[in-house]
Structure formats: C-alpha cells, structure tokens
Design a protein around this ligand. Structure first.
Ligand code: SF4
Ligand code: SF4
Length: 324
C-alpha cells in the first residue's frame, strides 16, 4: 500500500543532549520521541507505541505537524519492519575549533558550543545493548557519532563511543570539521570500521574563512590527506567531504570546481552536498536561478556520475532543476 511517510520515522533514532528524536534533519521541525531526556534506557514498548501512533497518522493521511513541510515526506510502499538503519549520537554540543555562521549549536546561544556543558555519553551502551536484545538493529545499520565536534570530546568518551560501535558490529560514521587530527580514528579507518564525513564548504581559504570563521583551511586539507592515506587500502574506510551550499557565499562554479579538484587530490572517496538550512527553510518554495542553479547542476552531474550525493536534499534539487 502506498502512503506518505518518511524513512526516519520508520528506521532512525537520533539521541541528542536533552531529547531523542525520530530524525535529526535541521531543515524542518523534528519529530520528537522523548523530550527532557537525561540518559535513561529507552522504554522499548513505549517507543513502539509512539512509532505506531505516528505511523498510523501518516497512513490515514493525517501528517504530524512537525512533518508537514518536510521534504523527507514521500509517497511510496514503505518497508515497515521495525528496527534501526541509523542510530545518531550527539550527546555533546562542544565545538570550539570552528565557528560556522550557520551552526545549529550556536544559533542564538554562542556559549553553548564552547563548553562541555551537556550529558556525558556513558548511557549509550545500555541503550545499544537493549536495542540488540530486542533485535532492533538492522543489518547494515550506520552508527553516527556527531556533536558538536567529536574530536573535542574527552578522548575516553570518543573511544568509548567508537568501542560501543565496534562491539555492536555496526559501521561507524563520524561527522567532523577535520581540524583536529585523531590517531584512533585513522587506525579504525585503516581497518574499514569507520568512515568520516568532513565538512569543508569551500574551495578556497578566503571562502572557508567567511563560512567557518577560523583560519584552518590548510590544516583541514592536510588532515584529509592523512586520513585518506590511512584509509587507502580498505574500501570500507571512506573519507568523504561535505559542501554545504551557502547562497551568496559559496554558490558559484569557481568555488565548487576548486573544491572538487582539491578534495579529489586529497584522496576523498565521496562527497555530500547540502543546502544551508536557514536559507533553505526560507527559500525552498522559490525558483532556483543564476549561480545557484549552475552550481546545483554542476554538483548534480558529479553525483549522477557516482561521486557522492545530495543527501537529504536530493529530491528537492532534482525537482528544482526540472523547473524551467
Ligand atoms: S518527515 Fe521530516 S520531520 Fe518528520 S520524522 Fe521524517 S525527517 Fe523528521
Ligand atoms: S563544525 Fe559543526 S559543530 Fe562546529 S561550528 Fe561548524 S557546524 Fe557547529
């Protein structure tokens, strides 16, 4: 039966500093599972009940308010098997190595991303263990460690999070700004247990400085080379670069082409392109023209040829480029 729904509701768990959501997309509201979360073990029966409740809303065409404008809503035959394809862990908000103007951790409250002011991560293991016992971790599940900036977490916490992933036999994906090189990550890349997604957003130092507001472009490119070198003999250790298109700043072909040329030279095996979410949330219903259209077409061509993807924004980009 075809109906409107989204994969995150059915198969994702996003564990954040003080809540657990069905998704972590910054592009719209998020559908919450638990508010005021403080590290407790999840009540699986309750989780099942809430998932069922929202699923029935979707099936009856009564889309939950948080999901009404979300581009992840799609009409198709859905795989309703209960279980997780993505478990995303962002227990901490700290990131003092970087200062992206779009950072969701600092919007309105710059101080929250400078400090280790959020929950430690020791509650993750009991949660993952419980999901295992309940057979809720699906084959090929991706265990995403984000933040904040994971390389700034206390070293024992990052090691602990990676260890939980290793013991759970899931592939670990670490989201990082790439500014701080981490030897343990490099070792796990070399044996194909970890992949990295490094956000860069620029093909030149000047643009990087405008977006990230720190002088670290050369350092990041050097670290990408080192990580790529570590991963080079293992096809499962993937170093991927991320480019968040920020209209008016980096949405021009010159920047995009310089970026692609540099990340390929540095050894990246993949790419994710995204749209800056504040811009996106205000402009998603407008036509796309000018340099942005050219840049989207350029990235679309590259991703169609097998190098990377548009992640969450894929169907939106495709539909915008089809409009005359
Ligand atoms: S439709 Fe959007 S807001 Fe709702 S659960 Fe899915 S990704 Fe989250
Ligand atoms: S790297 Fe991530 S956490 Fe750090 S400032 Fe940028 S968006 Fe925020």
């Amino acid at each position: 039966m075809k109906y409107k729904c989204c994969d995150a509701l059915l198969h994702k768990l996003a564990i954040n500093p003080d809540n657990i959501n069905f998704c972590c997309s910054p592009y719209d509201n998020k559908l919450q599972y638990l508010n005021n979360y403080n590290g407790e073990v999840i009540d699986i029966a309750d989780y099942r009940k809430r998932r069922e409740y929202y699923l029935n809303m979707f099936k009856s065409g009564n889309i939950p308010e948080a999901c009404q404008n979300c581009f992840h809503v799609e009409e198709k035959d859905w795989d309703e098997e209960i279980g997780f394809k993505f478990i995303s862990i962002s227990s901490r908000t700290k990131c003092s190595s970087c200062d992206c103007f779009y950072c969701i951790q600092s919007l309105g409250k710059p101080e929250i991303k400078k400090e280790l002011n959020t929950r430690q991560c020791w509650d993750i293991k009991p949660i993952i263990k419980e999901l295992y016992n309940e057979n809720l971790i699906l084959k090929d599940c991706i265990y995403i460690i984000g933040g904040g900036e994971p390389t700034e977490f206390p070293q024992d916490e990052l090691e602990y999070l990676m260890l939980v992933g290793l013991m759970s036999d899931v592939h670990i994906l670490i989201l990082t700004n790439g500014i701080i090189y981490n030897e343990n990550i490099a070792k796990l890349l070399s044996v194909g247990k970890v992949s990295l997604k490094i956000s860069i957003d620029a093909g030149t130092k000047a643009t990087y400085q405008k977006i990230k507001r720190v002088n670290a472009y050369d350092k990041v490119m050097t670290n990408i080379k080192k990580y790529s070198q570590a991963a080079k003999n293992n096809p499962n250790g993937i170093v991927e670069a991320k480019y968040i298109i920020c209209p008016g700043i980096n949405d021009n072909l010159k920047e995009a082409k310089a970026f692609i040329s540099k990340i390929k030279k540095a050894g990246c095996k993949g790419l994710e392109v995204a749209l800056e979410y504040s811009w996106f949330n205000s402009n998603k219903n407008n036509p796309v023209n000018g340099t942005l259209r050219e840049t989207l077409s350029y990235f679309r061509e590259i991703t169609k040829n097998g190098f990377g993807n548009f992640g969450d924004a894929d169907s939106w980009v495709a539909s915008k480029l089809e409009e005359k």
